[in-house]
Design a binder for this molecule. Structure first.
Ligand SMILES: Cc1ncc(COP(=O)(O)O)c(C=O)c1O
Length: 483
């Protein structure tokens, strides 16, 4: 068993190995399903040995996944054992690249159990690139609707900035504190509002990258029955949960592969239902997206299917690594990852909610649900001192850096969830903006709202996480306790 080998003496806050072992035994009794995820301990030793060798505690999987070492060596072996040319020509190196792109497309569809007759896969540079494709191409017009939950990532919220969207009505579906979920009643009320509109797009994250809440996938069919096209942002969901597109049929699904398996970066995907894809109209064309173009006649014809959405040359040297990454996830088992991550997050949450300063004041406040029902292994929280004042998340991050704990702080590009969780009011934000001439740094904004917290601390678990990581994070937070 490895537990921050050689680091205990550096950090007086860390308990003895014996204390950790006894807490682990209690954890395993309370979480019998954890025993079924033992394969992940072997994977950690074999594929992620660098974490323990270099003394890192990595708990920012929602920021970016980690790759297993064999993913990189397998990819290098492929690249150095073949010659790849720019695809779409008949020469042998081009033909190989074309074949591998097609193979990767098939592999991604099959990983998500998507029927190729029903879904088209479009490679993008990341989830944001996939979201941009939908945002710039969806035919918003006068009287149309764009509905999005408050807890969407900025790359979804940013869709509102396209000129075309300004012709439609944009509405935000509130997530309600303390759980940061949407009530059925509110959802139905907002969905029914668009009854007279022609084009209606409803966007929500399958898992919030702020609170870890997993919104029901049942919303997809419910919204479609009311005439909405559904954009499911699956970027934070798919690294630790199964998305089965033979069961759930969103019109558009967006994701980044590095969040699922760390390597390669720079490749993401838009999975679109064929019927929904025909609804999208690109505002420009590029090399690769047209079947024909004329400068003299100022005319062009878009390619059909995925090609019309893939600008320029694909990242063809990296696509074989996507296949390797999916094979890696399959070999480990997404269900085992899900089960482990949830057990660790549940344990940490349970410990954190009971932490008190000597005078009885609460140390940590968690944003979102404090049970593991319909949520993933991501926790957002703030720490409070013995006087009940928030401890600045930047101070927490600085100390975590010294402990070699990679956690994340701030708003995680999720301003809506942050504003609701932190209890910020629209009037005070608008007031601060008006007083500053609409330009504010984060520090100025914080001063404007009387030094209240403008962000949070996020812990997220993933494929290589183990109990020792969760325990170290717990001891780290405990070190803020005043006796
Ligand atoms: C839910 C969600 N959507 C979209 C994104 C954007 O992903 P990318 O930065 O890979 O484009 C993120 C990134 O954190 C995310 O968590």
């Amino acid at each position: 068993m490895t537990w921050r080998r050689g680091t205990v003496s550096e950090f007086p806050g860390l308990a003895s190995f014996a204390e950790m072992a006894s807490e682990k035994a209690r954890f395993e009794t309370l979480n019998p399903e954890y025993a079924g995820t033992r394969v992940l301990d072997e994977v950690r030793e074999r594929e992620f040995a660098r974490l323990d060798r270099l003394g890192h505690v990595y708990v920012d999987y929602t920021g970016g996944g980690l790759f297993g070492e064999s993913q990189v060596s397998d990819h290098m072996a492929f690249l150095t054992g073949s010659v790849l040319g720019n695809p779409h020509s008949t020469n042998p190196t081009s033909a190989l690249a074309t074949e591998r792109v097609a193979q990767c497309r098939k592999r991604v569809l099959s990983f998500f159990r998507a029927d190729p007759d029903e879904y088209v896969l479009i490679f993008t540079s990341n989830a944001s690139g996939a979201l941009k494709l939908v945002g710039e191409s969806y035919p918003f017009g006068e009287g149309d609707r764009f509905l999005l939950t408050f807890d969407n990532h900025n790359s979804v919220v940013g869709i509102r900035a396209f000129d075309r969207v300004s012709r439609a009505t944009t509405r935000y579906l509130p997530v309600e504190p303390p759980d940061l979920r949407v009530s059925d009643e509110t959802l139905v009320r907002f969905l029914e509002e668009g009854s007279g509109s022609r084009n209606k797009l409803f966007a929500y994250p399958a898992q919030s990258n702020f609170s870890g809440v997993q919104h029901p996938l049942e919303w997809i069919e419910g919204a479609q029955d009311l005439g909405w096209d559904v954009l499911l942002d699956a970027a934070a969901f798919v690294p630790t949960s199964r998305l089965d597109l033979s069961r759930w049929k969103p019109d558009y699904v967006t994701l980044s592969f590095y969040k699922m398996f760390g390597y390669p970066t720079g490749v993401g995907a838009l999975l679109a239902r064929r019927s929904a894809l025909t609804k999208l109209h690109r505002p420009w064309f590029a090399g690769g997206t047209i079947s024909w173009a004329s400068v003299l006649a100022e005319s062009h014809t878009m390619s059909s299917g995925s090609e019309g959405f893939e600008d320029g040359t694909l990242n063809y040297t990296s696509l074989p690594a996507v296949e390797i990454g999916l094979d890696f996830l399959d070999s480990v088992g997404i269900e085992a990852i899900h089960s482990r991550v949830n057990a660790l997050a549940g344990w940490l949450m349970e410990k954190l909610v009971t932490l008190r300063h000597g005078n009885g004041e609460r140390l940590a406040r968690i944003y979102g649900p404090v049970d593991m029902d319909s949520r993933g292994g991501t926790l957002a929280l703030n720490l409070y001192d013995a006087e009940g004042d928030p401890i600045d998340h930047r101070e927490v991050e600085e100390k975590a850096n010294r402990w070699k704990i990679s956690l994340r702080t701030g708003c995680f590009c999720n301003p809506g969830a942050g504003e609701l969780a932190l209890g910020l009011e629209k009037d005070e934000i608008v007031g601060c903006l008006a007083r500053s001439g609409n330009r504010l740094t984060l520090h100025e904004f914080q001063q404007c709202i009387d030094d209240r917290s403008t962000g949070a601390v996020r812990i997220s678990f993933g494929v290589a996480s183990n109990f020792e990581d969760a325990y170290t994070v717990y001891r780290f937070f405990q070190d803020f306790q005043k006796s």
